[in-house]
Design a protein around this ligand. Structure first.
Ligand SMILES: [Mn+2]
Length: 338
């Protein structure tokens, strides 16, 4: 019999609806075990007893308690999350389970998360709604001399005020710093004519949002205008082609081709799935073998980065629907903000 061993924080959350990394889940036929320690046992018993046999791992590490249970079951294959399992934990499993074959089943364990349930979509929609509001608020408070760090702190403060947490490190980049796709906010001061990239997301009920906006402060050069419209067109072209069944790499290719002479400056992939994790399946890149499925939530984020000059990235969060799409991002894409 095959048993599945779930150990990553995100899948523990997905499979139990409880946020607790100090647990393991074991699925074997109809048997379902939730193994946790004394700090969390009462919560687990209260919330999970209808779905799981809740097991206290008191004196033993979680992995050892799991091994005890596996040995009591008639298991010959143990499916694990190869992507997330630590080497040490793997070695413990391997050394204690001599007659059991351990296989990587990350793909299958993560597969359920690709197509979002109604409630998951609602949470992500709400997360993006908060993100839109924060963006619209902060761009009204811009002034010459504000630093990237100050603006990032302001965004983070508003995220917490909305009872959320940042979904990842907020990115704020001015001027030539925007040419770095994942710039770290510095003490650089905003000046008129600067290109600006703001990329952030929030976690609402454990679900992430993700948005990037780019603009030129006060005025834009002709070159900025030209490239901005290029990136905007590339994004629209990709979005227009989203539908269940389309290959992720085809969308990436459409966006890349649409950038024309600027495609060599598009140095990352087109997008990614968003859910409990900020980056999850499907992957939208040149190398991806993923095929879009309905009720997936994905980002479409083409960008152009010209070293020592500026960068431009536009990122929207999109629900793949049976018929067409639903764009969860409503923040405007004004090219110049004064
Ligand atoms: Mn993103």
């Amino acid at each position: 019999m095959k048993a599945t061993y779930i150990s990553s924080p995100t899948n523990l959350l997905y499979y139990s609806s409880l946020k607790n990394s100090d647990a393991r889940i074991l699925l074997c036929g109809n048997a379902k075990y939730y193994i946790t320690d004394s700090r969390f046992i009462l919560t687990a018993q209260k919330e999970l007893s209808n779905y799981y046999t809740v097991v206290l791992s008191d004196k033993l590490p979680l992995v050892k308690k799991s091994i005890e249970i596996i040995n009591q079951l008639n298991v010959n294959i143990l499916a694990v999350e190869g992507e997330a399992l630590s080497m040490l934990e793997y070695l413990m499993l391997e050394q204690s389970l001599k007659n059991i074959t351990i296989v990587d089943d990350s793909e299958k364990i993560n597969e359920k998360r690709v197509q979002k349930r109604k409630n998951e979509i609602i949470n992500i929609e709400k997360a993006q709604e908060i993100t839109d509001c924060i963006y619209l608020e902060v761009i009204q408070t811009l002034f010459e001399g504000i630093t990237e760090k100050e603006l990032a702190i302001l965004i983070n403060k508003k995220i917490f005020e909305n009872n959320c947490t940042p979904a990842f490190d907020t990115i704020v980049a001015f001027g030539e710093n925007s040419a770095c796709p994942h710039a770290i906010p510095s003490n650089k001061k905003l000046q008129a004519g600067d290109a600006v990239i703001i990329d952030f997301g929030v976690k609402y009920n454990n679900y992430c949002s993700d948005m990037t906006r780019s603009f030129s402060y006060k005025f834009a050069t002709t070159e900025y205008e030209k490239i901005y419209n290029n990136v905007l067109n590339a994004q629209s072209a990709a979005i227009k082609n989203i539908r269940p069944g389309v290959e992720a790499k085809e969308l990436d290719c459409i966006a890349r081709n649409s950038l024309g002479i600027y495609q060599k400056y598009f140095i990352h992939s087109l997008g990614h799935g968003v859910g409990l994790d900020i980056h999850e399946k499907p992957r939208l890149s040149t190398k991806s073998n993923d095929i879009l499925k309905k009720n997936s939530i994905i980002t479409i984020e083409p960008g152009v980065y010209i070293e020592n000059k500026f960068g431009i990235r536009l990122e929207d969060l999109i629900v793949v629907q049976q018929q067409g799409i639903r764009n969860l991002t409503n923040a405007h894409k004004n090219m110049i903000i004064r």
